[in-house]
Design a protein around this ligand. Structure first.
Ligand code: TRP
Length: 328
């Protein structure tokens, strides 16, 4: 079975865009591949978060992924910092990573611009840590967003370079498994094309019915169809995308017909969308609450994931040490 590796940034709560994007791909992949999903808490240090925030956000994101159905029996889910083997590989990879190529990475340049008084070496070597995350399990497929394409290029480069320098074939060159191509794109409700944290237009899985209602009722619309069977403008298409994601086929057909015969009332449409999102979220929200209140269980799951991840990591590292010339 092919090995899949992906890292999850522990930033904030999951929203519907995350759910229908990364989370759904993970849910599918855990049935088909040998999956390693981890929470990238070391990577988060590049921006110097407070210690209590690291613990909290790691627990939150773990609880949310489990609540969505990531199954520790199927996939290995762990916390990056529990698998110290990654650090040793990170060191070896850094020995073959050049300052020039690291400085040229767009993600590095962007971060350096955003935090000019904290352009640290961890930021510079973000791509080698990411490569270590993937290569430690000899992953061949990596589900990532488009923004990670350059980091994936770097990972392949480091894998290839290690193989060349040491005349080995230990590392496969992992392919990106583009989430953007596979996933359903969830639009924003503010008329923008995409739901995203930085866009500030998110409906979170943790949002309750009233919060969802308020957000949906504020959605941007137009003044209504002017002719029967006309094409829907972007903002209206967006609303129908929500129907498509969370409502029944009948509901979709009902409102589509109303659009086509020009009798649609956006207030009714929004009420329906709000109800259906709330119903969709409800069981997930319940499970998030259950997991979040049971930190013992979360710890247990994280520990057993770490044990499995370390088993795979130790195997790779043993070979790597021998290849480099260390006799452990
Ligand atoms: N850099 C990724 C992001 O920002 C997170 C990440 C860290 C990752 N290590 C990884 C993703 C390894 C895939 C594989 O989203």
């Amino acid at each position: 079975m092919e090995t899949v590796v992906s890292g999850i940034r522990p930033t904030g709560n999951l929203h519907l865009g995350n759910y229908f994007g990364a989370v759904k791909s993970f849910l599918q992949m855990q049935n088909e591949y040998n999956c390693y999903f981890f929470i990238a808490d070391w990577h988060s240090l590049t921006t110097r978060p407070k210690p209590e925030n690291i613990i909290k956000s790691t627990q939150t994101i773990l609880a949310e992924y489990l609540a969505c159905g990531i199954d520790p029996e199927k996939a290995t889910i762990y916390i990056q910092s529990d698998v110290k083997e990654v650090l040793e590989l990170y060191l070896y990879l850094n020995m073959n990573a050049y300052l020039g190529e690291m400085e040229r990475c767009t993600t590095f340049k962007e971060k350096a611009r955003k935090q000019p008084d904290n352009v640290n070496a961890g930021l510079l070597t973000y791509p080698t840590l990411m490569a270590a995350d993937i290569l430690i399990h000899r992953g061949v497929k990596v589900p990532v967003g488009k923004d990670q394409e350059q980091n994936m290029e770097m990972t392949r480069k480091f894998a290839r370079r290690f193989n060349t320098v040491y005349e080995t074939e230990i590392f496969p060159e992992p392919a990106s498994f583009s989430l953007a191509a596979k996933a359903l794109k969830v639009p924003g409700l503010d008329g923008s094309g995409k739901m995203g944290k930085s866009e500030g237009n998110c409906i979170y899985l943790m949002d309750d019915t009233e919060t969802i209602r308020k957000k949906v009722m504020k959605a941007v619309t137009d003044s209504g169809p002017i002719a029967p069977n006309s094409e829907k403008p972007e903002v209206i298409k967006n609303l129908f995308t929500f129907l498509d994601l969370v409502s029944t086929k009948d509901t979709y057909a009902y409102f589509n017909e109303k659009w086509n015969d020009c009798s649609i009332r956006y207030g009714d449409l929004k009420k329906q969308i709000a109800l259906d999102i709330a119903a969709f979220n409800a069981p997930i929200r319940e499970r998030i609450k259950e997991y979040s209140s049971n930190t013992d269980l979360l710890d247990k799951i994280a520990k057993s994931g770490a044990d499995k991840a370390r088993e795979s990591a130790t195997k790779t590292l043993k070979e790597v040490r021998e290849i480099i010339g260390f006799r452990f």
